[in-house]
Design a protein around this ligand. Structure first.
Ligand SMILES: [Zn+2]
Length: 462
């Protein structure tokens, strides 16, 4: 289904002078459309409910979506009939375990059965997910869900004092480029004063140009994936460049490793705040000013699981999410592919939304050994961080007994340093494991279409 995005239309329309004048008269948040405005007004209030009140709201929405799925979505109707479950038996979060976990492959195989009968009446559009490593998949998000998607970002910006109208640079492929309409490197949107700068090419010369642009534009905030911001930050620190003092940095779409956080904060001299979500819209979280990482519990129900049981606070679990909003294609207990650590702490900001300690990123960002050991990409990051001869790197595992460390070197490479690096990686994987580790020098690390550069890519089934 071909659809024109809101951003694209807004960009075209803003060029017409009368529209430009009128657009200025539309107050925030209505400038983003009615769905977003209503969702924003709601989320702005509900975040301050206490924990019990949020749970009541969540359970109510859960019952609603389960009942809807049973009556309108062929896959869930058949599945629940098969299991002998009636919608009224799923009343609260713990009851949801009666339903099976669904995987990306299940949706690809039964795509039409996951669409609700009258999905077209809910409006919205197809959200493409998956990059180079996953198989592509489009999820239909209703107009209301698209509204919540934008509204949760607006709430995140509020939570870190980034007010509407402040200038923002987004280091990501510009919207028109994402939709294949042109090859723009820079694209500016007047209505939210956002400048998009493509992060698909990040050589030293290009970073230099981007930084000039940044100094001209003088943004209040910058936003990007951790790997992009990290590359730019390293360049700033390495070359001792003066950059316009940004007030806040925001990152999204990838795991933010602690070593990246430190380098980015050093380069830009301000705090960095993280956001987590996915195109499927089954779970999301945002970091508040006090650095509490809050789940957006009104939109999605998130479980952290180990062997189909909830893990305790402080323990790592695989994430399974359920939409509480999307009636076009409701995903219930969808395996997201990220891992995370839930927390039972209470944030000093006063929000009742539950906290997560950390989101650990895609499970496919693990190295898997023959004996079945899974080593998170994060374990390797500190080794690479200490090497001053590496500009950029990525660990690629093409098969179960092979790992290739791709390196963009800085200056000359000494064999001894290379051997030392291989030895350290081997130590982490385990000396007894059968794993051939090699180094490959490359000119650049290619990002995925969405501009992501995961640190570990494994092709081994996990
Ligand atoms: Zn907080």
């Amino acid at each position: 289904m071909k659809s024109v995005s809101f951003d694209y239309l807004a960009n075209k329309l803003q060029l017409l002078p009368p529209i430009k004048k009128m657009a200025k008269m539309v107050p925030f948040p209505f400038i983003y459309g009615l769905h977003t405005a209503f969702a924003y007004f709601e989320l702005r209030e509900t975040q301050w409910l206490n924990h019990e009140e949020i749970e009541i709201l969540q359970n109510k929405r859960l019952r609603n979506i389960i009942k809807f799925a049973y009556h309108n979505v062929p896959f869930y109707h058949e599945k629940m009939k098969e299991l002998g479950i009636y919608p009224y038996e799923i009343r609260r979060k713990k009851d949801i375990k009666k339903l099976p976990i669904i995987y990306r492959e299940d949706i690809i195989k039964n795509y039409d059965k996951f669409l609700s009968k009258h999905y077209k009446i809910y409006g919205g559009r197809a959200q493409h997910t998956g990059g180079t490593t996953g198989s592509p998949l489009s999820i239909m998000l209703s107009g209301k869900t698209m509204g919540y998607k934008r509204a949760k970002n607006l709430r995140f910006y509020d939570a870190i004092n980034l007010k509407h109208g402040k200038k923002v640079i987004h280091f990501r492929p510009p919207p028109s480029l994402q939709q294949g309409r042109n090859n723009l490197v820079y694209e500016y949107f007047e209505f939210n004063r956002s400048l998009y700068i493509s992060n698909l090419e990040l050589s030293d010369e290009i970073i230099e140009k981007h930084l000039q642009k940044l100094n001209e534009f003088k943004p209040y905030a910058i936003l990007g994936t951790p790997s992009t911001l990290y590359l730019i930050s390293q360049y700033i620190l390495r070359n001792n460049i003066d950059v316009h003092p940004v007030k806040v940095t925001l990152c999204t779409s990838e795991t933010l490793y602690p070593y990246q956080r430190k380098v980015i904060e050093d380069a830009f001299g301000c705090d960095i705040f993280e956001e987590w979500g996915q195109g499927e819209m089954v779970g999301s979280a945002f970091e508040c000013k006090n650095h509490g990482f809050h789940l957006s519990e009104e939109i999605g129900l998130v479980e952290f699981l180990k062997d189909n049981e909830d893990v305790a606070a402080g323990e790592e679990g695989e994430i399974v999410g359920t939409t509480l909003i999307n009636k076009s294609m409701p995903l219930i207990r969808y395996y997201v592919g990220d891992a995370g650590i839930p927390s039972d702490d209470v944030c000093s900001c006063g929000r009742g939304l539950s906290l997560v300690d950390r989101i650990l990123g895609k499970t496919r960002e693990n190295i898997v050994t023959k004996s079945g050991k899974k080593i998170p990409g994060e374990s390797f990051t500190w080794i690479v961080m200490e090497q001053d001869w590496i500009k950029e790197s990525q660990i690629f595992q093409p098969s179960v007994n092979k790992c290739i460390i791709k390196i963009v070197p800085l200056g000359n490479v000494e064999k001894e340093k290379e051997n030392n690096l291989i030895r350290q990686v081997k130590n982490i994987i385990g000396k007894k494991e059968e794993m051939e580790i090699s180094v490959e020098y490359v000119e650049k690390i290619y990002p995925t279409q969405a501009g992501k550069r995961p640190f570990v890519i494994s092709k081994v089934k996990q």
